[in-house]
Design a protein around this ligand. Structure first.
Ligand SMILES: [Zn+2]
Length: 160
């Protein structure tokens, strides 16, 4: 038992000899309020000083606009009729299986890659990560293409 606990217990047992008077409690509360006020003022001062860096309209505003217009899509198709549009800004894993075989596609960090395939030549896997408009992953054994486009309507269709 610590010293303060003992004082507290004694205070409970002998209510006429309380260690803290009413005035003491008022003084302590005022002190706490003053401390909170100081912290609030300091915090406000710091955030105020940070404002010019955080809300520079010329840098952040322009960046946000260019990021919006840069959203690219990966259009995944095969000749069996499979079709998918994957926004490159969303992390996704996609498994495309046809009677010819399976391709595992991963979208991460604004890029897409065929990480696994059970095709014969592995050209699709060897292509690696693509992220630029017009880039292409082809799995000829599986009749599958992955095209990076600005607008999914720009993708070259695999079947008429
Ligand atoms: Zn392949």
């Amino acid at each position: 038992m610590t010293g303060s606990e003992r004082v507290f217990l004694e205070a409970l047992q002998t209510p006429h000899k309380r260690p803290f008077s009413f005035v003491d409690i008022i003084v302590a509360c005022c002190g706490l309020l003053l401390a909170f006020a100081c912290v609030a003022l300091l915090g406000f001062g710091y955030s105020g000083a940070g404002v010019p860096q955080e809300t520079d309209p010329q840098s952040n505003g322009a960046n946000a606009i260019t990021q919006d217009t840069k959203t690219l899509y990966a259009v995944v198709q095969n000749t069996a009729g499979y079709y998918a549009e994957l926004p490159l800004n969303e992390e996704t894993t996609l498994e495309v299986t046809s009677s010819l075989g399976t391709n595992i596609l991963i979208v991460s960090g604004g890029m897409i890659c065929c990480t696994e395939s059970d095709c014969a030549n592995q050209v699709c896997v060897d292509t690696g990560w693509i992220s630029q408009e017009g880039e292409l992953i082809v799995c000829l054994p599986h009749r599958l293409t992955v095209q990076v486009v600005k607008d999914p309507a720009d993708a070259i269709p695999l079947s008429a």
